[in-house]
Design a protein around this ligand. Sequence first.
Ligand SMILES: O=c1nc[nH]c2c1ncn2[C@H]1C[C@H](O)[C@@H](COP(=O)(O)OP(=O)(O)OP(=O)(O)O)O1
Ligand SMILES: [Mg+2]
Length: 196
Amino acid sequence: MRIILATSNQGKVKEFQSWISEYEVVAYSDVMPAFEIDETGLTFKENALIKARAVYEKLERKDDIVLSDDSGISVPSLGGIPGIYSARYAGINANAKENLTKLIATLKENGLAKTPAFYTAAIALVCAKGEFCVHGWMHGEAIAEARGNNGFGYDPMFVPCGFEQTLGELDESVKKAFSHRARALELAYIVLKSLK
Ligand SMILES: O=c1nc[nH]c2c1ncn2[C@H]1C[C@H](O)[C@@H](COP(=O)(O)OP(=O)(O)OP(=O)(O)O)O1
Ligand SMILES: [Mg+2]
């Protein structure tokens, strides 16, 4: 039994592969040709399930478990943006840098040097025994500048609660211990262990 990661985001692949030690973890594009998955859901949970199902349907080995992640950053003072639209914030084909630059510009336009923000991750598991979904969150502040090169996505503008530096500046061990994805993965492990 392997864990097949239903994601095209190399930052997520890197985190899951370094954090999950008990299982063989493979990016889905290593076992099938990569394909587009329309994230048409209205919640992180719906989108995570859409991604995991799409990959499980195409799997040859149905004894494998597909794990997906749908995640994003939300800024409550601006109505929760970009939320589930984080990956598409600067446009449908926007890259991570463009999304980061746009969110910084939006904070500046609203006169916000910093403002509370949080990351959400929904992790879905799809396998022969059924479908499961768990969540994790990480709270902190979004700041109107980018600092550091660690992590990915919005990390250079995110300062976690209890820290002064951004996730771009902090050691990767901080995300492993406290991130939305790590917290969701803790719960996913409980499900995984019950599936053995
Ligand atoms: O730990 C994180 N550190 C920084 N940024 C993050 C993080 N977690 C999610 N994010 C941002 C990146 C992207 O703008 C969006 C996820 O969008 P999301 O659709 O789930 O992922 P994606 O399109 O990059 O890859 P895929 O759908 O193939 O898994 O939230
Ligand atoms: Mg996506």
